[in-house]
Design a protein around this ligand. Structure first.
Ligand code: NAP
Length: 305
């Protein structure tokens, strides 16, 4: 398993297991998913207070039999800030949500807490005070954001002091990668030149903030999985061709494509299938060539100027 250094602060697996969909598993299958991941070197688990209607933390902790020894072997990340119908970065909400996350996960601390989606009413001074309180109490070691643009990160960072932003979790797959499209289409009239994220990929690299890629197999906003989809015939042909070359599956290649990017992106996979986790882990056993990386990108139908 490849390693990444999140924000230069936490050494962990380049592939993390996202736990958004785990409530569909029974305890035995969840335990198997966890054990398989750990055996493959995947020690990073991504949660959020809203996943599974708020049930994912409890299901995870119960299924794996959370205990202090096990806790020390894993990196736990969770998120807060999305509420029913609005976003909330108030101190009161972040602290209350963190306390519930810790209780549900049966742990005393989170390795990382992310702010899930930008809150228009965010008061950065208040967030800074909140992070400080959580860090000093030992409840959260490190902090990050998700779906944030550079100015939002810079605004927060202006007040954060020692509790710097270590990761920005963004949607990214071969088919849905506006962060890549933007950089490749500068100064063109192509639709891909439209700036959808403020250049967050380069900003994060400049500031040693790790990009975590969510939904690595989905196209659009949860429209479906592109692997095997009739909507992407050229891409699937290319995925099959390259997969055959390396003796792996197209699923492996989709993550190898993310691994190949020099930003050392950490991919957060959402499969609930232990067999697929094994396929995905194989993406760390080889490196796509530059030509293969571009061939996959272009096979989706995107232009190069
Ligand atoms: N920060 C955010 O705003 C945000 C938003 C969404 C998600 N996330 C995080 O990102 C994680 C991953 O998101 P995701 O679940 O949407 O990502 P994903 O890994 O792209 O999708 C996983 C889903 O695709 C299915 N699938 C079908 N064919 C597949 C194949 N060949 N390879 C892999 N999966 C295949 C999986 O089914 P099986 O289970 O049957 O394999 C599963 O339902 C989440 O768990 C969560 O932690 C964050």
């Amino acid at each position: 398993m490849n390693k990444v250094s999140l924000g230069g602060k936490i050494e962990t697996a380049q592939i993390g297991l996202g736990c958004m969909r785990i409530t569909g598993l029974n305890k035995k299958d969840m335990e198997n998913l966890f054990k398989t991941s750990m055996e493959l070197g995947i020690d990073f688990f991504d949660h959020a207070d809203i996943y599974g209607g708020g049930e994912c933390h409890v299901h995870f902790a119960d299924s794996i039999g959370m205990n202090p020894t096990l806790r020390e072997k894993i990196i736990l990340q969770s998120k807060c800030g999305i509420r029913n119908g609005y976003y909330d970065f108030s101190k009161e909400h972040i602290i209350a949500s963190t306390d519930k996350i810790l209780k549900d996960l049966k742990t005393d601390y989170l390795d990382i807490l992310l702010l899930h989606r930008p809150d228009a009413l965010c008061e950065p001074e208040e967030v800074a005070e909140t992070f400080d309180t959580l860090a000093k109490s030992g409840k959260v070691k490190y902090f990050g954001v998700s779906n944030h643009n550079p100015h939002q990160i810079a605004l927060l960072s202006n007040y954060l002091g020692e509790n710097t932003i270590l990761a920005n979790q963004m949607q990214m797959s071969i088919t849905t990668c506006p962060m890549i499209d933007l950089g490749l289409n500068v100064n063109t009239g192509n639709a891909e030149a439209v700036d959808r994220d403020g250049g967050t990929l380069d900003y994060c690299r400049l500031h040693n903030i790790t990009i975590q890629a969510w939904s690595p197999f989905q196209y659009g906003f949860f429209e479906g999985v592109f692997i095997g989809s009739k909507k992407f015939p050229k891409l699937n042909k290319k995925l099959d061709e390259i997969a055959a070359r390396y003796g792996v599956t197209p699923t492996t290649i989709a993550v190898a494509w993310l691994n190949r990017h020099p930003a050392k992106i950490q991919t957060i996979i959402g499969t609930t299938n232990a067999k697929r986790v094994k396929e995905i882990a194989k993406s760390c056993e080889f490196t796509l060539t530059r030509e293969e990386w571009y061939e996959l990108y272009l096979a989706e139908g995107k232009p190069l100027p």
